[in-house]
Design a protein around this ligand. Structure first.
Ligand code: HMG
Ligand code: MG
Length: 301
């Protein structure tokens, strides 16, 4: 298949990027400033917060304050994770326009991450989708561990397809396929997408690849060749899941933008502004961006 002519980039840094940050809680004002900088750089889809239990993920405990505090740009969609009705109700109090439920293709990971089986999670998501529909809020779905699980090892692509289909049929407008621990390689990624697209049309699928083994860009290119045109990425390569041991950051937004520019795929996002934002946020966190492109180009001042 020819490469897509346009790509939707879904920015993960404020949520996936910060949820696993060790040490002190990142101040709410820093989270808000990060989201506002990313929007200013031209990013149109930002996962801004997570309405999960603060006992499970303390870094996301200020989701209400973050969502209420951002100065919203009209053309930007700010979304948030909502694992259950409680999360959704909290998110609705601050006017979210889009939320996400997250399941897994691995039973063990589902238990560790959201404290229930895959089947129970799907049952739990149904009222979330129903309530979101009533409220006029779109719902994205995630499937984790699509190319491997920290507890179960290899994952059958047909299991990924089964969970993706359930989320799609429940009403998720898009299903994001997560290589949570970044163990995938291009051929495995292609095979997984081929299995999933038998059940869910390719235009409704997103690639959410972590870069633990440095394969994320290669895997993205492989699935773009299959027709995937929605890419999740995190500025500075931030990220990781607290319930996936060894999971490193998401593929870096800077690196994805450089790849897309090289392929002649327009995104409308200002690469240098993203690089600068990556330097700024990692400086706040006491380190450097892991994005190769950011390291090569450097900050603008
Ligand atoms: P549970 O303990 O089974 O929940 O956790 P519960 O319903 O039994 O409630 C227990 C307590 O939590 C109660 O409080 C609830 O009120 C509270 P208590 O009575 O003890 O004081 N509670 C909540 N509080 C705030 N917001 C809520 C909420 N729900 C219950 N929404 C639960 C189940 C799902 C809540 C928990 O397991 C959880 O929060 N898990 C989240 C884990 C997480 O955020 N992981 C990272 C995100 S997923 C990811 O990173 C992967 C992804 O990036 C894709 C990829 O890379 O693959 C998306
Ligand atoms: Mg992730």
């Amino acid at each position: 298949m020819p490469l897509p002519t346009s790509v939707k980039l879904f920015e993960m840094a404020p949520r996936d990027g910060l949820q696993n940050e060790p040490g002190a809680i990142v101040p709410t004002a820093t989270k808000i400033a990060l989201i506002e900088r990313l929007a200013k750089a031209g990013i149109k889809h930002i996962e801004a917060a997570s309405f999960v239990s603060p006992k499970w993920v303390p870094q996301m405990g200020d989701a209400v304050e973050v969502m209420a505090g951002i100065k919203r740009q009209q053309e930007v969609v700010y979304s948030a994770l909502t694992p259950n009705l409680k999360g959704l109700e909290n998110a609705l109090t601050v006017g979210v326009e889009e939320v996400a439920v997250f399941g897994a293709a691995s039973e063990a990971f589902s238990q560790k991450n959201i404290n229930c089986s895959i089947a129970e999670s799907l049952t739990r998501f149904e009222p979330v989708l129903e309530r979101a529909r009533e409220a006029g809020v779109r719902v994205r779905g995630y499937v984790s561990c699509v190319l491997g699980c920290p507890y179960e090892g290899e994952i059958d692509p047909n299991k990924v397809a089964e969970v993706a289909k359930a989320l799609y049929e429940m009403g998720c407008y898009e299903v994001s396929l997560g290589d949570t621990i970044g163990v995938g390689t291009p051929l495995a990624a292609k095979r997984m997408i081929d299995a999933v697209q038998q059940q869910v049309p390719i235009e409704f699928l997103a690639a959410h690849f972590h870069d633990t083994y440095g394969m994320a860009l290669a895997n993205l290119y492989a699935v773009m060749e299959e027709g995937v045109s929605v890419i999740d990425a995190a500025t500075a390569g931030l990220g990781g899941c607290p319930y996936a041991k060894g999971a490193s950051g998401n593929v870096a937004t800077e690196d994805v933008l450089y790849l897309l520019e090289g392929l002649g795929i327009e995104t409308g996002i200002d690469l240098q502004a993203v690089i600068d934002t990556g330097y700024w946020i990692t400086n706040e966190l006491g380190r450097k961006p892991s994005a190769k492109v950011a390291l090569a180009k450097g900050p603008s001042h």
